[in-house]
Design a protein around this ligand. Structure first.
Ligand code: SF4
Length: 247
C-alpha cells in the first residue's frame, strides 16, 4: 500500500475526491440559484485572466485549499432538509477534474446542483450537463473579441462551443454579461445580445461592473452606466431580462 493511500485511509478521505480544491463555502445563498436556498462551493483555479475579475485570488490553481471537500460534505449532511441545492462556482469550477465526482456526491444526498461557468472547458461541461439542474453562464463579449477581456486567445471559441452544448442540452440556464464600457462598447454589447438571442438564449442578465476585488488599475472603477435606451433595447430582445446594477 502506498504512503498516500494509507494517509488517506487514516484521514477517512475518499480517494476519488481527495483533490477537489475548495476555495470557500457560502453556507446559504438565495441569489446564486434562482428560486432555491443553496450552499455555494467556490472551486480554486481559472485559466482566464479577465480584467474585471473580482475574485483574482481564485485564479491560481495551486493555491492551498480553504477547506477539504470532506468538510463540505459533512456540512451538507447537516443541512439536508434545510437547503435545496448546491452551486459550484469559482474561479472556473470545470477546471477541476474531480468536479463530476463531487456533483455525484451532492446529488446522492438529495440536493439539486447548479453551476456557474464561463465555458472554458467545453468538453468537460458537455459531460457534466446531464448531472446539472441549472447553469449560470458568463458571456463576456462577442466570441471574436473574447481575448480582449480574458487575455486568452482560445477563450472565445471555447465559450462558443460551451454555450452551444448548454443550449442543446435543454438544462435551465441564465446567460449573464458583466459590462464595463472600456471592454465592451454599447454597440458590441447589443450585437452580442442579439447573437445570443438568435442562438436560443431566453434569459439574459446584464451585470454592471463592480470594482470590489478588481486589481486592474487601468479600468475606471466607476464607469458611466449604460444609457436607458440601450438597456431598454436589450430588455426588448429577451423573454426574461434582468438588470443587476452596481449599486
Ligand atoms: S472567468 Fe471568472 S474567475 Fe476566471 S478570470 Fe474571468 S471573471 Fe475571474
Amino acid at each position: 500500500m502506498s504512503a498516500s493511500i494509507s494517509l488517506r485511509k487514516k484521514l477517512h478521505v475518499p480517494e476519488k475526491l481527495s483533490t477537489l480544491r475548495v476555495a470557500g463555502l457560502t453556507r446559504l445563498s438565495t441569489t446564486d440559484f434562482p428560486g432555491h436556498l443553496a450552499a455555494v462551493v467556490f472551486v480554486q483555479g481559472c485559466p482566464w485572466r479577465c480584467r474585471y475579475c473580482h475574485n483574482p485570488e481564485l485564479q491560481a490553481r495551486l493555491a492551498a485549499p480553504a477547506m477539504s471537500w470532506q468538510t463540505v460534505l459533512e456540512f451538507l449532511d447537516h443541512r439536508q432538509g434545510l437547503l435545496d441545492a448546491v452551486v459550484f462556482c469559482g474561479g472556473e469550477p470545470t477546471v477541476d477534474r474531480h468536479l463530476g465526482d463531487a456533483i455525484d456526491e451532492v446529488r446522492e444526498r438529495g440536493f439539486k446542483v447548479g453551476l456557474h461557468t464561463a465555458g472554458a472547458y467545453p468538453d468537460r461541461l458537455r459531460a457534466l450537463l446531464p448531472k446539472l439542474d441549472w447553469v449560470g453562464f458568463d458571456a463576456k463579449a462577442p466570441f471574436a473579441d473574447y481575448a480582449e477581456t480574458t487575455g486568452v486567445r482560445t477563450s472565445g471559441e471555447n465559450a462558443r462551443r460551451s454555450l452551444d452544448y448548454l443550449l442543446m442540452s435543454g438544462v435551465a440556464h441564465e446567460v449573464r454579461t458583466t459590462h464595463h464600457p472600456a471592454l465592451l462598447s454599447p454597440e458590441k454589447l447589443i450585437a452580442m445580445a442579439l447573437s445570443l438571442r438568435w442562438q436560443g438564449v431566453n434569459t439574459f442578465a446584464l451585470q454592471e461592473f463592480r470594482p470590489d476585488g478588481c486589481v486592474d488599475e487601468l479600468l475606471d472603477s466607476r464607469p458611466a452606466p449604460l444609457v436607458h435606451q440601450d438597456v431598454d433595447h436589450l430588455r426588448g430582445q429577451f423573454p426574461t431580462f434582468i438588470l443587476r446594477s452596481a449599486n
